[in-house]
Ligand binder design. Structure first.
Ligand code: AKG
Length: 263
């Protein structure tokens, strides 16, 4: 897939592009099939929900140990647009799966930007990375969709307070205060990203986003693939491989059918 000039201009303005059904149902089924093994791991790359230690909140780094997810990261449908948006070659800084279980198990995410810890902890020089958000499950209005505030990447780093999520187990969010949030919402509005499994949103790492508790009975998993510009490699070494990948080798695409071949 190649983006048009107007799509690239739209991304620069709005901070995101959304492609419902970019992966087909067979490809989405391959990714869904790989989830149980990923979510049953018990290494430090698996972070549980604060209110329920048996429920996974985040699974980092699955593209390192799950073949379907490795292939996903290298599909031309993802890599080509990301290279166009960043105007150069890319590597993956981090990947994380948010399974967002139903029955209230998938807890909310307060409004935040993702770039601050990558900058202050991992030493990422510039906000030149794209969050490819791949819907593993259908995201509907009732399964707590990802909410974004378009255009907020244009403010750069917002004044926000860092705090450790879930007893300081290593995932830091920077929440904006309510007054800032209210002003931005009045100006930019809020979009809910709704689409079938296999949809993909390319989101700038400084776009404000969050989500509510998932009180539906259905899981709503999204895989976030953080592609960083190759010339923007991180200098920090504090965080482990699954949060701050130190292999900056530019990615090479696979054939676009390589994920479907696993169906
Ligand atoms: O998937 C969600 O509901 C939100 C996740 C999020 O904001 C994040 O991982 O930074």
């Amino acid at each position: 897939m190649e983006l048009s000039e107007s799509q690239i201009a739209q991304y620069d303005e709005e901070g995101y592009l959304f492609f419902p059904g970019l992966l087909d149902t067979d490809e989405a089924a391959v990714l869904q099939g790989a989830l149980p093994e990923i979510l049953s791991r018990d290494g430090p790359e698996i972070v549980s929900e604060k209110e329920d230690a048996s429920a996974v909140r985040l699974a980092f780094g699955a593209h390192f140990f799950s073949e379907p997810f490795r292939r996903l990261t290298l599909l031309p449908r993802l890599l080509n647009p990301v290279r166009q948006l960043l105007r150069e070659d890319v590597y993956i800084h981090q990947s994380r799966m948010n399974p967002k279980y139903g029955f209230g198990g998938g807890a909310s995410w307060d409004w935040h930007q993702d770039y601050p810890p990558w900058h202050s902890v991992d030493g990422m020089p510039e906000p030149r990375c794209v969050m490819a958000s791949v819907f593993i499950d259908d995201c509907t209005p009732v399964t707590s969709p990802l909410l974004i505030m378009p255009g907020t990447q244009r403010y750069g780093l917002l004044d926000a307070s860092p705090h450790k999520d879930a007893e300081g187990r290593g995932y830091e969010l920077h929440h904006v205060d309510n007054t800032t949030f209210e002003g931005l919402a009045a100006e930019h509005g809020i979009e809910a990203l709704i689409g079938p499994a296999g949809s993909v949103a390319f989101i700038h790492c400084n776009v404000l986003h969050g989500s509510a508790n998932n009180v539906s009975p259905w899981r709503r998993a999204i895989m976030y693939l953080i592609y960083n510009a190759a010339s923007n490699a991180c200098t920090g070494t504090v965080r482990p491989w699954y949060q701050n990948n130190r292999d900056f080798t530019p990615l090479e695409s696979l054939d676009d059918s390589s994920l479907r071949e696993l169906a």
